[in-house]
Each structure stands twice: as structure tokens, then as C-alpha cells.
Design a protein around this ligand. Structure first.
Ligand SMILES: [Fe+2]
Length: 182
């Protein structure tokens, strides 16, 4: 099954606010890009929101990342279409990301932090973040250094990079809360 409320499910396993924001942002990008790649927006949102559900449990053991998440979700009756995509998203364990879904998840997982960092530079004003800003910051390797530029580029075989970035900004702006504590 597809969980009706993936955020609540995520919150059963994740406490960190920045991690929840990262998962929501990744899901929001996935939902926004899905129609361009013949994907189901609800399904892709769910995969994005839940992709790091095991992050606090594995506690840095990246050999278990994704694998534990898939196990947890399978035990909750979540469909294999979702659990397998989540398992595969760990690029340290799985290198074949040729499907549009896998490419979108690689790219969304990595660009979400970059776009959030761009918004923070602009005092939280996501509306001021443009494709040009993001592309410029992508070239600046020291900026949001944890966001893997190679993973973002995996989208290029299935979608124009500028369109992907524009769509990603739009997706994040739909879930963006600023100030965060309001
Ligand atoms: Fe992630």
C-alpha cells in the first residue's frame, strides 16, 4: 500500500527538524517533477518523504542506510515499489540509477539541500531563489558541500537541467515555512 500520511510515518522514526525538512523538500521536488517524467506525483512524493526514514536508526552506518528503511516500511505493509526505490537510493550500495524514478530521487535528494541553503542565504526568501542562483552555487564547490553535484547531474539524461532546477525550486516553495518556528 501507499501510506496516506507519509509525514506522520516519517515522524515515528525521525526527530531532527532539519532532517524532516530535508525529507519534505525531497518529496516536494519529486512530486513536482513526476509529471515531466511520467511518474505518479503521490507515489513520488511518498518515496521522497520516506527515503531517509532510517537515517537516525542507522546512525552513520551507511551500509545499512536504505536497507533498514525498506525493512521498516515493508513491516508496515508499504508496497515494494516504494521500499525498493528507497533501498536503491543509497548510492554507496547501488550504482544503477537508470530509471527516471531513480534518477529523480538521486537528483532531488542532493539538490534539496542546495536550494534550502540558497534560500537561507536570501534570509529565507525562497521566492528570491532563481535557476541562475542555484546554477552559480552548484559551481561553487564549497557552498553546501555535502550536496553531491554528480548525483544532481544524473537527471540530465531524462530532463533538461534548467527545467529540473526550476521545477525543484517550485516544489520546495510549496512546502516552505518561514520563519520556521511559526
Ligand atoms: Fe536524503
Amino acid at each position: 500500500m501507499i501510506p496516506s500520511d507519509p509525514l506522520s510515518l516519517l515522524q515515528e522514526y525521525v526527530e531532527s527538524d532539519p532532517l524532516i525538512e530535508h525529507c519534505l523538500a525531497t518529496g516536494a521536488i519529486m512530486r513536482e517533477v513526476a509529471p515531466s517524467l511520467d511518474g505518479d506525483p503521490d507515489l513520488w512524493w511518498t518515496i521522497g518523504v520516506l527515503h531517509d526514514i532510517d537515517y537516525e536508526i542507522v546512525n552513520g552506518d551507511m551500509a545499512r542506510h536504505g536497507v533498514e528503511g525498506a525493512t521498516i516500511l515493508l513491516s508496515k505493509g508499504v508496497s515494494e515499489e516504494i521500499t525498493e526505490a528507497i533501498q536503491r537510493h543509497n548510492h554507496l550500495l547501488f550504482t544503477d540509477h537508470s530509471s527516471p524514478l531513480d534518477r529523480a530521487l538521486q537528483a532531488s535528494d542532493s539538490i534539496s539541500g542546495l536550494i534550502i541553503a540558497c534560500a537561507l542565504v536570501k534570509g529565507g526568501a525562497i521566492g528570491d531563489v532563481t535557476v541562475r542562483t542555484v546554477k552559480k552555487k552548484m559551481k561553487d564547490k564549497g557552498f553546501a558541500a555535502g550536496c553531491d553535484r554528480d548525483r544532481i547531474r544524473t537527471i540530465e539524461d531524462v530532463m533538461d537541467q534548467d527545467l529540473f532546477i526550476e521545477t525543484a525550486i517550485k516544489g520546495i516553495s510549496r512546502i516552505w515555512r518561514w520563519p520556521r518556528d511559526e
